[in-house]
Design a protein. Structure first.
Length: 231
């Protein structure tokens, strides 16, 4: 290869590399000023989609979950997280944030997109629950199958199917998932499920059963002057 050809080749590589860096930076989400322990309001960076909160949004007890819909551990702990958070929904705030580990779970991000798209039509938690409860039904679907599959769930929930499919692949939903991931990385999340209770990470063995998680929530309520309901 002549010197002139090498120069041209190097110049082309530099342009390509610069373009890749630019595109990479374009996809980055700046959460340097975000308080990871606070409920996130809708913003341009999050696709104008706020944190999804189950329960009392202004509670002094906030449980935040970073999860991957396709993660087996998330699927197995879902039932008792749901039981405890619904039990105390009038006393605490439960926040679910997307942290799909796409390299391990190729359909995780699509599942997150399905939940977010349903949320745009007011059915976030209904879709969230349905996706977790049927994890084995969609986890092995191909990329060509999963959108129509989740659109079937949207129809079951009474959503506009065409709007749902458009939203699933739209920029706002993609931005929301990326924003959640950026918040998770700031919180040093490396695996799912990971729970934070009032800003403190909970080791898995500390909440590995419904009774353990229940007790942690009760203790947090008492510590913050919240009356524990007699259920």
């Amino acid at each position: 290869m002549s010197k002139k050809t090498w120069i041209i080749f190097a110049a082309v590589c530099a342009v390509l590399l610069g373009g890749l860096v630019y595109m990479s930076n374009q996809g980055k989400v700046d959460v340097s000023k975000a308080d990871i322990n606070s409920i996130q309001a809708a913003s341009v960076q999050s696709g104008n989609i706020a944190d999804h909160v189950l329960g009392k949004a202004d509670s002094k007890v906030v449980l935040v979950a970073y999860e991957d819909f396709q993660c087996p551990g998330c699927g197995s702990t879902y039932p008792y997280i749901k039981e405890v958070t619904e039990k105390y929904k009038d006393q605490i705030a439960y926040v679910f944030r997307n942290f799909p580990l796409a390299q391990l779970h190729p359909n995780a991000r699509a599942a997150a997109a399905a939940a977010e798209a349903a949320g745009l039509q007011g059915k976030y938690w209904e879709m969230h629950n349905k996706i977790f409860e049927t994890q084995s039904s969609w986890q092995n679907l191909s990329s060509n199958e999963r959108t129509d599959f989740f659109a079937g769930y949207a129809s079951d929930l009474g959503l506009n199917k065409d709007t749902f499919k458009t939203d699933m692949t739209g920029a706002p939903v993609n931005q929301k998932i990326s924003y959640d991931q950026a918040i998770g990385k700031k919180a040093n999340i490396s695996s799912t499920p990971t729970l934070y209770l009032n800003g403190k990470i909970l080791e898995l063995d500390a909440w590995s059963s419904v009774d353990k998680l229940d007790q942690l929530i009760v203790d947090a309520m008492k510590a913050n002057g919240i009356t524990v309901p007699e259920l």
